[in-house]
Design a binder for this molecule. Structure first.
Ligand SMILES: [Zn+2]
Ligand SMILES: [Zn+2]
Length: 340
């Protein structure tokens, strides 16, 4: 009673207003949280594609499968594009495809800028190589040695075409002096991280663990006897990577209905300005924007990502227009460090 007497009508009014105000604030905060949570779940289900259950969408928002473009370049050495390399990240493990020049630095950039722990050098454990062209493999010794120096304590597991064992043996021999000094000198170094386990593959299932199934399929790339594309299937995504190839049936069969198709491309318009012998080479080796549009029309991927773009002076928009002439789905011209 005493306390009540001390509080006059104005004070009570103020207190009531305060109560109302804090209740309103709480309501606002709850509405905001609800709104962002809804956005997160909807965004995750959109990213993860149709047919995903709500619980799976929630999981995909935090873990799930992501594609990171590490290098979208070609032998043309454009300064903003590292050599061909990308990472399929499932939960906290990165599976790299190809190792063009700059691969480890781009992985570090992605780990820092995008907060992707899986791409820290010491965590780089798996590599799949499409073919042995230098633009796709110049970063191989980098990927063998730099992560070791930075603390990787397990061998690198590598899958790729016949010839890969010989290449690996030669590279380790070339760096023998470096490896000896690091092992026997003052530098703290483990004995496993520079080692490489190589599997030379054939088309078909080449790798499977609890997170992902990887199938290789043969593609047609000039006179290479062994050139592969890869199909990654995780619990929430199918991602297909073309490697370097001219249009071929095997790719269409393996990619049909996938969530993301990552495909190489060149400008059909600009090829016509090239010397005849280069025109012949590129037609036998690569896929033009128009050809890719026709391929995508058949494959119907959820998203088409262009990489290894041979522009020869064309713009991204011109390249995309060639593709869109035949394909009306979602298509993006890839750049280094894009994440999907
Ligand atoms: Zn290439
Ligand atoms: Zn090639």
């Amino acid at each position: 009673m005493k306390a009540k007497k001390l509080i006059g009508p104005r004070t009570r009014n103020r207190e009531n207003q305060k109560k109302k105000g804090s209740a309103l604030n709480e309501k606002k905060v709850l509405t905001k949280i609800g709104f962002w949570w809804l956005c997160l779940v909807i965004g995750a289900s959109l990213l993860a594609g149709p047919g995903l259950k709500a619980s799976e969408a929630q999981a995909a928002a935090t873990v799930g499968t992501r594609l990171v473009l590490l290098g979208t370049g070609t032998p043309n050495c454009e300064p903003d594009r590292a050599g061909p390399a990308l990472a399929v990240i499932v939960d906290d493990v990165a599976y790299l495809v190809d190792c063009g020049p700059g691969v480890v630095r781009r992985a570090v950039a992605a780990s820092k800028k995008k907060g992707l722990e899986a791409l820290k050098p010491a965590n780089l454990l798996y590599l799949f190589i499409t073919h042995l062209h230098s633009d796709h493999t110049l970063g191989y010794p980098d990927l063998i040695l730099s992560p070791w120096v930075l603390g990787r304590a397990k061998p690198l597991e590598v899958y790729g075409p016949p010839g890969l064992k010989k290449m690996t043996r030669h590279l380790l021999k070339a760096y023998q002096e470096d490896i000896s000094v690091r092992l026997l000198g003052l530098q703290p170094a483990n004995r496993e991280g520079y080692q490489v386990h190589v599997q030379e593959i054939k088309p078909g299932l080449v790798f499977q663990d609890e997170r992902v199934k990887v199938e290789a399929f043969p593609v047609k790339h000039e006179s290479w006897p062994y050139a592969f594309g890869y199909r990654f299937e995780s619990r929430d995504k199918v991602i297909v990577i073309s490697g370097d190839t001219r249009p071929c049936e095997e790719l269409i069969a393996s990619a049909r209905g996938c969530d993301i198709l990552v495909h190489e491309v060149y400008s059909a318009a600009k090829l016509k300005e090239k010397p005849l012998e280069w025109q012949r080479y590129h037609r036998a080796s690569h896929t033009s924007g128009e050809e890719l549009g026709k391929i995508a029309r058949e494959v119907k991927p959820g998203l088409l990502v262009l990489v290894h773009q041979l522009y020869w002076g064309a713009s991204d928009e011109e390249l995309l227009q060639e593709v869109r002439r035949y394909f009306s789905g979602r298509v993006v011209s890839g750049r280094d460090l894009m994440v999907f």
